[in-house]
Design a protein around this ligand. Structure first.
Ligand code: SAM
Length: 266
């Protein structure tokens, strides 16, 4: 499917929960968030149905994100449901990796192709501060488990303050080189100020080649991360909500005053 600026839209990012087991300082407030009610969150059947409709309309690439997708109960079952949809050529997940050692093999067996793991530093103390309590060792074990399970490629999402030349980022690049991982450097963004930039090593942030739509945990289809428009699949039905998002996809992002990374999925 094509949007009104003739961009081919073939990528759907699905946030399956607004909850997270970390509190990264640039993503979530320390006190946590006002979480969605259980009834507001799409069921697995609803997510699979929206995805089926999206695939019929032209989506062939799906990423599961969050919040932290691995804290959603039954996540492996959802992966199996999505991987059974004919027409998805690339099924991936973005995770903080904390629970990956437990789930990597099951996820692979359920049909997940690959993972992006968020990791900004290799300094355990700094990691704990940045994530407000996270254990670096769990992520490193998760990365190893993902590789051993055959999830490929394993990409590392590293948020940088200024540039990929800063010491933590340089260490991540070297770690990736030595361990057969792909590094992607994402500049810290501010949705409300509309500060965004291209992802080094990835495809995000370049509006002219944007190919994505987003589905939030509470069933809103978003045309753009940097915009407030959203279309409710429960209100409009999946096809209409996707169509409206497509028609309203802006040429370029501006600001998002209502959403946050933790509910949209970054
Ligand atoms: N919990 C999962 C994780 O940590 O990867 C998935 C959700 S998280 C919101 C997705 C991505 O968004 C992560 O790579 C995270 O680093 C990134 N992110 C969150 N807040 C950001 C910000 N202010 N600027 C840039 N990237 C951000």
């Amino acid at each position: 499917m094509y949007d009104s600026f003739d961009r081919r839209i073939n990528y759907l990012r699905i946030s399956v929960t607004d909850r997270c087991n970390l509190r990264c300082i640039y993503c979530m407030p320390e006190e946590g968030i006002k979480t969605l009610q259980h009834s507001e969150i799409l069921t697995f059947e609803e997510i699979a149905e929206v995805t089926r409709v999206a695939v019929k309309m032209g989506i062939n690439k799906v990423r599961i994100t969050g919040g932290e997708p691995l804290v959603r109960k039954g996540i492996v079952d959802l992966v199996a449901m999505l991987s059974a949809i004919h027409g998805i050529e690339d099924l991936s997940m973005t995770t903080n990796g904390i629970l990956l050692a437990k789930y990597a093999t099951q996820l692979r067996e359920a049909g997940l192709n690959r993972v992006n793991i968020s990791l900004d530093t290799l300094d355990a103390d700094k990691y704990k501060v940045l994530t407000r309590g996270g254990e670096l060792m769990q992520v490193l074990t998760g990365i190893r488990a993902a590789k051993d399970a055959g999830l490929h490629p394993v990409k590392i999402n590293c948020v940088v303050q200024q540039s990929s030349e800063e010491p933590d980022a340089v260490m991540i690049a070297e770690f990736c080189r030595l361990n057969g991982l792909e590094a992607r450097f994402i500049h810290q963004m501010n949705l409300t100020e509309g500060h965004f930039s291209v992802v080094e090593g990835g495809s995000g942030g370049d509006c002219s080649s944007c190919n994505r739509l987003r589905l939030t945990a509470n069933g809103r289809v978003l045309p753009c991360l940097f915009g407030d428009q959203e279309f409710d699949v429960r209100e409009h039905g999946a096809e209409r909500a996707i169509r409206m998002a497509l028609e309203n996809k802006p040429a370029c992002g501006s600001v998002n005053l209502t959403g946050e990374f933790y509910n949209i999925g970054g």
